[in-house]
Design a protein around this ligand. Structure first.
Ligand code: C2G
Length: 140
């Protein structure tokens, strides 16, 4: 009897990154489409400190809550905290990823990683963003 339960040969090891603050359907769509490339999906969720360094403000939801929300999504196999944008190649190697998926707001930004992984930019879901949701709530 064949008891081999490994992923099939063509299965990908996919990695993606994001803040996923105030989780919305655009976030869900990119995770679903990343997973649908076929294989295992691991997600790096940016730390609170990384957000503060890059954007000058903390996310609405803290990193442990954002990590728990993303981990609860059925398309996601594993999560970790992304502490630095500059550590992408290390995270890719740690998770033995062969495919990097990012939304096309990052188009071209990760092309230098193409020697390590296949880099795929997926179109963003139009209109919705964490910033626009915050604005709507502010003006409610
Ligand atoms: N996204 C999308 N459509 C939207 C909004 C977001 O497809 N309407 C995608 C983004 O392109 C990204 C992912 O959802 O791939 C997460 O988006 P953010 O939470 O905005 O992540 P960001 O702050 O861009 O990531 O290494 C990257 C960093 O972690 C920062």
């Amino acid at each position: 009897m064949n008891t081999d339960v490994r992923q099939p040969e063509h299965s990908k090891n996919i990695i993606t990154f994001g803040t996923f603050d105030v989780f919305h359907v655009g976030h869900l769509n990119i995770l679903r489409r990343a997973k649908s490339l076929g294989g295992r999906l691991v997600v790096g969720v940016s730390s609170d400190a990384l957000n503060y360094r890059k954007k000058g403000r903390y996310p609405i939801y803290n990193e442990q809550d954002r990590l728990a929300i993303v981990a609860g999504i059925k398309y996601v196999d594993d999560v970790f905290i992304e502490y630095s944008l500059e550590l992408k190649s290390r995270y890719i190697q740690q998770h033995a990823a062969d495919t990097l998926v990012m939304g096309n707001d990052w188009q071209g930004k990760f092309d230098e990683l193409a020697s390590l992984v296949e880099v795929i930019y997926l179109p963003r879901t139009p209109v919705i963003s964490t910033t626009s949701i915050i604005d709507v709530i502010k003006n409610f």
